[in-house]
Design a protein around this ligand. Structure first.
Ligand SMILES: Nc1nc2c(c(=O)[nH]1)N[C@H]1C(S)=C(S)[C@@H](COP(=O)(O)OP(=O)(O)OC[C@H]3O[C@@H](n4cnc5c(=O)[nH]c(N)nc54)[C@H](O)[C@@H]3O)O[C@H]1N2
Ligand SMILES: Nc1nc2c(c(=O)[nH]1)N[C@H]1C(S)=C(S)[C@@H](COP(=O)(O)OP(=O)(O)OC[C@H]3O[C@@H](n4cnc5c(=O)[nH]c(N)nc54)[C@H](O)[C@@H]3O)O[C@H]1N2
Ligand SMILES: [Mo]
Length: 684
């Protein structure tokens, strides 16, 4: 019908989804055709109003303005922020990065350093086992900490088997005998499916995990052979956790001592299976330590693939790396990364932490960020300490936002580039394949014609590079901007080192299941060095001591605010689709007894305060929360005071609270708050 999407249906012949769809996917048509869809790029006039502009003209003007900024202030005055939705088009990340490399700047930011950089820190301090991890498919035990895959389809570390049709997958696994342990202060949809649910006081996971390690080591349940071959300092870990008895865990975390012991034994006695973690850990206080101890649980229990076992070979379109039963040693590469003038924070894996982005823009200095390009992200809504983030974004000399709708960030931008959306562009699964449960790949052609004024994300970055006189290297070759390849040609180039020919991929509309076959190989004899994982380096030990001695309660901020995702939206995507999010206003969830204590009724307005700010919300009674814990989801709200868009939780988070060493990650879950009757402006 006139080239519009009328319905989105699952594909019952699809090897991975089997026809499963989620609410966001079923409403995908609204994201393409919704009333707020941008069909042209926009430029903000001197009066502050956004007006349509042809994308070619916008690109030339942006290149000119970037050149003037760089001429005066140097390349480090330019920054790129890569958001979540950049990762849902295979060509966007490599091309955005290719443009960025050409600028010569070091100021690269992404949401990786909002949600998971603790996992990078772990690898840098502990090292990485290169043989691959045990898989969900044949596991008999699994531990999920601070992740609610039934809603988020995440599951921590993206193990594909946990995340596809998560509820059915978890139920089926339990039917075949898998024992599921969930660590979450809320009785989540996932915790409701668990054999064991531990509900620690938010922010105390590190102590709980240390306590579980103590039980495992005291009972002699560790994998002695794996530890002997691949770890350097098991005794240092044993010493470090020796004082963390189940009683200590009970006192600090509020988890009954016998539950700690039982959970540790169930995990360690399982034959196969991992502990994985999500934002409840990665965004909390002690996030680097907590993630380190999750990894230590897996190492101590030897939850990795050994020489001769079938390898985890999910790389289909991208190049396969041989799985080796050996260790990449801790490298602490951040120690030599680009040094920011903000607290001397260093780049890790080529990125600066998003926790310092606002300061990079606001704090005076010769290399202050003055121009920011945002690709598929919404930092105005997503960054901690929202008021400061908004101040920073408003103070830029140039803000460019590539986004199909007028997000908060777009509203503040000098230029908004309107891109094609998912059904309007050809794509394949190269950057998603690690998340599939089996080796799988798929190509999808564009199925609807895009509005004439929009441009593929990758094409904007290629054209911007060209207009800036920068050469662009893609898949090993320099592209000619005068006659750039088509999207299909670029997608084909990306798969040249994969194991499925691109033509075969195009010829298989339901996708291709690639075979398995390879096995984990042993140590190459040529390499004399034998590296080992480091379980308890000194700085981690210091963090553990700090977590054990922390004073918990702050009297005037008695509640703890925790992260939460909702089924209907992915961050800000979906929050504005009419009728999709019930209520649409982002309520504060709170235990009914806590509401009673405060004399507040379900649905009333309240004021929520933290050390950093306050907001007004309506409350929703929710008995799945532990008492004393409240939760809200993120990326709601609007800088437009007339918009009816709910409230943004980052009014309450601070960029200076509980900031972690190394990755500058502030506390975004287990944030201390007070809830007061009566919303803002009402008499109490
Ligand atoms: N529907 C939907 N799916 C999404 C997203 C979305 O917005 N909506 N966002 C996507 C993104 S960007 C990400 S990063 C992933 C995140 O995926 P997940 O990490 O699974 O995110 P959540 O569903 O918020 O689950 C976090 C859980 O941590 C718990 N928690 C909070 N504080 C603590 C704590 O101190 N300790 C412990 N143990 N648990 C705690 C919360 O109660 C919550 O159940 O989801 C992705 N998927
Ligand atoms: N307090 C608090 N804050 C949080 C969180 C929390 O739990 N609590 N979660 C954090 C997490 S885990 C994350 S990942 C961040 C999210 O941070 P971001 O990734 O910055 O936020 P999103 O809302 O996902 O931004 C995606 C944007 O991409 C746009 N978009 C959609 N499709 C396309 C496309 O095809 N091309 C382009 N160019 N754009 C597209 C959407 O309209 C949207 O504006 O928020 C973080 N902030
Ligand atoms: Mo995220």
């Amino acid at each position: 019908m006139d080239g519009r999407i009328t319905r989105v249906l699952g594909d019952t012949q699809h090897a991975i989804s089997g026809g499963y769809t989620c609410p966001k996917g079923r409403r995908g048509g609204d994201l393409v055709h919704g009333a707020d869809r941008l069909t042209s790029s926009m430029r903000r006039s001197t009066k502050g109003v956004h007006e349509p502009i042809p994308v070619a003209q916008a690109t030339t003007e942006i290149a000119d303005r970037l050149r003037r900024i760089v001429d005066r202030h140097g390349p480090d005055s330019v920054a790129l922020f890569m958001g979540t939705q950049q990762n849902f088009a295979a060509l966007t990340p490599p091309m955005a990065r290719a443009w960025f490399r050409g600028t010569g700047s070091h100021k690269l930011f992404s949401t990786m350093t909002i949600d998971q950089s603790a996992k990078w820190v772990v690898a840098e301090r502990m090292g990485t086992y290169l043989g691959g991890r045990q898989r969900f498919g044949d596991a008999d035990v699994w531990l999920l900490a601070g992740t609610n895959p039934v809603v988020s389809a995440n599951g921590g570390d993206g193990d594909g088997a946990v995340v596809h049709n998560p509820s059915a997958t978890l139920r089926a696994a339990r039917e075949r005998g898998l024992r599921l342990i969930v660590i979450d202060p809320r009785r989540t949809e996932t915790a409701a499916l668990a054999d064991i649910h531990l509900a620690p006081r938010p922010g105390t996971d590190a102590v709980l995990l240390a306590g579980m390690l103590r039980v495992i080591l005291a009972d002699g349940l560790e994998d002695t052979e794996f530890c002997r071959r691949f770890t350097a300092d098991l005794s240092a870990l044993r010493d470090a956790v020796s004082a963390v008895t189940p009683g200590v865990v009970q006192r600090i975390c509020g988890v009954p001592a016998d539950q700690v012991t039982a959970a540790a034994r169930v995990f360690a006695n399982g034959r196969r299976g991992m502990a994985t973690s999500g934002t409840g850990l990665c965004m909390g206080p002690h996030s680097n330590l907590g993630e380190h101890l999750v990894a230590a649980l897996n190492v101590v229990c030897g939850r990795y693939l050994r020489e001769g076992e079938p390898a985890d070979d999910r790389a289909v379109l991208i190049r396969q790396v041989t799985a080796r039963a050996e260790v990449a040693p801790p490298a602490r590469s951040y120690e030599s990364g680009f040094r920011s003038r903000i607290n001397g924070v260093r780049a890790m894996r080529g990125e600066l932490p998003s926790g310092i982005l606002a300061d990079e823009i606001l704090e005076p200095g010769p290399d202050r960020v003055r121009a920011l390009i945002v690709s598929g992200g919404n930092p105005a809504a997503a960054l901690p300490d929202r008021l400061k983030a908004l101040r920073a974004l408003r103070s830029l000399d140039l803000l460019v936002c590539v986004d199909p709708r007028m997000s908060d960030t777009a509203r503040l931008a000098d230029y908004v580039i309107a891109p094609t959306t998912m059904y309007e562009r050809a794509d394949h699964t190269a950057i998603m394949e690690a998340f599939f449960p089996r080796p799988f790949a798929q190509f999808t052609p564009a199925v609807v014609t895009p509005p004439p004024g929009v441009v593929d994300d990758w094409r904007f970055f290629l054209d911007l590079a060209a207009a800036s006189g920068q050469a662009v290297k893609f898949a090993g070759r320099i592209l000619d901007p005068a006659s750039p390849p088509s999207a299909e040609e670029m997608l084909a180039m990306m798969t040249e080192r994969g194991r499925v020919p691109f033509d075969d991929l195009v010829g298989a509309p339901h996708g291709i299941l690639a075979g398995t076959g390879g096995a984990v190989v042993g140590r190459p004899s040529a390499d004399g060095a034998v590296h080992r994982l480091l379980l308890m380096p000194d700085d981690v030990l210091g963090e553990l001591r700090a977590a054990l001695t922390e004073t918990a309660a702050v009297k005037h901020l008695p509640m703890l605010l925790t992260v939460r995702r909702i089924r209907e939206a992915v961050n800000s995507t979906g929050t504005r689709v009419p009728g999709l999010v019930p209520g649409g206003d982002n309520p504060l969830s709170m235990h009914p007894d806590d509401l009673d204590d405060l004399g507040i009724a379900d649905g009333e307005s309240v004021t929520v305060r933290s050390a950093s700010g306050h907001l007004c919300a309506t409350v929703r009674a929710d008995a799945t929360l532990a008492r004393g814990t409240v939760s809200m989801t993120h990326c709601f709200g609007s800088v437009d005071p007339t918009a009816d868009a709910g409230v943004n939780v980052n009014e309450l988070t601070g960029s200076r609270d509980g900031v972690q060493a190394i990755n500058a990650m502030p506390t975004m879950t287990a944030v201390r708050v007070a809830v007061e009757p009566a919303g803002c402006g009402e008499a109490s």
